[in-house]
Design a protein around this ligand. Structure first.
Ligand SMILES: *[C@@H]1O[C@H](CO)[C@@H](O)[C@H](O)[C@H]1NC(C)=O
Ligand SMILES: *[C@@H]1O[C@H](CO)[C@@H](O)[C@H](O)[C@H]1NC(C)=O
Ligand SMILES: *[C@@H]1O[C@H](CO)[C@@H](O)[C@H](O)[C@H]1NC(C)=O
Ligand SMILES: *[C@@H]1O[C@H](CO)[C@@H](O)[C@H](O)[C@H]1NC(C)=O
Ligand SMILES: *[C@@H]1O[C@H](CO)[C@@H](O)[C@H](O)[C@H]1NC(C)=O
Ligand SMILES: *[C@@H]1O[C@H](CO)[C@@H](O)[C@H](O)[C@H]1NC(C)=O
Ligand SMILES: *[C@@H]1O[C@H](CO)[C@@H](O)[C@H](O)[C@H]1NC(C)=O
Length: 396
């Protein structure tokens, strides 16, 4: 998450940074981004096929050097979850592998203050219409399943071909660490769980109801820079909804110590209100390192030519870094490939690592924080298969 490689583009040192990329072809590839003759280049330094048939999501515990991989196992009855020890040469050694519900697609760590020697994570299952939770011994990387929640719809949603069933798609943890949110694309809900602070178990709460047919996918929280969790009134939740291509902003409050509430203040599509191109699907979302922009990726919009999709930018804070209700669309920028299903911005440089699913490639772009613009292209590398996730390793 925190590559220290800022000097990369400025030539000073021989700094290199490491990334991990998941491909549906069954591989997790360790990549090095380094400078060679004044040019940035991505190269493969290791590769593992131990995650499973269709790796879909990666989560790194940087401090403990453990990588967690979700295997969506697209046509199988069950998915799998695997932890890997990350060796200093970039190779991955399997620690624990567990079978799980079908179609795991996103996960997030969380903590329980009463169990300081444990870590936990929750997983969203698209195909399995489920949420599962796990407890981890963070030092060894060994983990156990704790809970499985499955969901059934009474009937299909307004977009029946995509909303035939509950499709849990994302996992987001609120800034206080007390709540886990799961956008459900099929049910038009954001499912909400309270983390039991003594056991780390998830306790279901009333969900946040989204616009019918919108298809909630991923989300991110915003708080003012430097504010301690629970000490600010300005907590905002931004949600991307795949079926409507919308970005929606909610003000978040905590009416009591054990409840969370949402009030919508903004919604617009990821084209600044212009009609979304046929077939386009908003996907990933992140807050810029300057804390004043929301960046999203759009899949299949071909905005910059065939096979050249877009990244969208929104201004979300005023000049003094305070929350602004007047979110403004800042335009579209090239993704340098097709189907940016997921991306991650490095801290503090903002460099964007993109998983280009239909280009079968990883792209790295710069980030101009002042202008709020992704680009230019820094490096691109083709891999085998559909690349669906790529993450930075700041400690390698
Ligand atoms: C990488 O490091 C691991 C653990 O030290 C070792 O087992 C493996 O052989 C190394 N791989 C290469 C290619 O050097
Ligand atoms: C595998 O999938 C089946 C069918 O959905 C489910 O009943 C079972 O619990 C899953 N196995 C695990 C370990 O989650
Ligand atoms: C996993 O379960 C085993 C057996 O119940 C237990 O001994 C171990 O402490 C658990 N580990 C974690 C990380 O929860
Ligand atoms: C809120 O709950 C947490 C544990 O969940 C506790 O540590 C904290 O003291 C509580 N705060 C208040 C104001 O009750
Ligand atoms: C939109 O695209 C789909 C398939 O990608 C096609 O079947 C449909 O005709 C297109 N609709 C319009 C209005 O172009
Ligand atoms: C909101 O409006 C104020 C006043 O017009 C302006 O200064 C500010 O830049 C706007 N905020 C955003 C995020 O565009
Ligand atoms: C995408 O569009 C940008 C901006 O026009 C261009 O630089 C780039 O070459 C295009 N194609 C790809 C595949 O990146």
């Amino acid at each position: 998450m925190r590559p220290s490689l800022v000097p990369l583009l400025f030539g000073a040192s021989a700094a290199a940074s490491r990334l991990y990329a998941a491909s549906y072809a069954g591989t997790v590839t360790t990549l090095s981004l380094a400078q060679s003759q004044g040019k940035a280049e991505l190269s493969t330094i290791a590769q593992s096929t131990d995650c499973g048939v269709n790796p879909s999501w990666l989560m790194l515990d940087e401090a403990h050097r453990v990588l967690y991989c979700l295997d969506e196992a697209v046509d199988a009855t069950n998915g799998t979850l695997t932890s890997f020890a990350v060796n200093s040469n970039g190779s991955l050694a399997r620690i624990t592998q567990l079978e799980t519900m079908a179609g795991p697609v996103q996960s997030h760590f969380y903590l329980a203050p009463g169990l300081p020697n444990r870590k936990f994570f929750a997983v969203a299952h698209y195909e399995g219409s489920a949420v599962t939770s796990y407890s981890i011994d963070p030092i060894s990387g060994v983990f156990n399943r704790s809970q499985t929640f499955t969901y059934h719809l009474d009937g299909p949603g307004p977009v029946p071909d995509r909303q035939d069933a509950s499709h849990c798609h994302g996992v987001v943890v609120d800034p206080t660490g007390q709540f886990v949110l799961v956008p459900d694309l099929g049910a038009d809900l954001v499912r909400i769980f309270r983390v039991n602070p003594y056991t780390g178990l998830l306790e279901p709460q009333e969900p946040l109801v989204a616009t019918p047919g919108s298809g909630p996918r991923h989300g991110v929280f915003w708080t003012p820079k430097g504010s301690a969790p629970g000490q600010t009134k300005d907590v905002i939740f931004y949600l991307t909804s795949e079926l409507s291509n919308h970005l929606t902003g909610y003000r978040v409050t905590y009416p009591t110590n054990r409840t969370i509430a949402f009030s919508e203040f903004y919604t617009s599509n990821s084209y600044g209100g212009a009609p979304a191109p046929n077939g386009s699907k908003i996907a990933e979302i992140a807050i810029s390192p300057e804390n004043n922009r929301v960046v999203v990726s759009n899949r299949g919009d071909n905005t910059f030519g065939t096979g050249n999709d877009s990244m969208g930018v929104f201004s979300v804070a005023d000049a003094s870094g305070r929350f602004a209700t007047n979110v403004t669309f800042g335009g579209l920028f090239p993704a340098y490939g097709s189907f940016p299903r997921q991306f991650e911005m490095a801290t503090p440089s903002g460099m964007i690592a993109e998983a280009l699913q239909d280009s079968h490639a990883v792209a790295i772009t710069g980030w101009n924080g002042e202008a709020g613009k992704p680009g230019p292209l820094v490096a691109k590398k083709s891999l085998v298969g559909e690349v669906v996730a790529v993450i930075w390793d700041g400690s390698a």
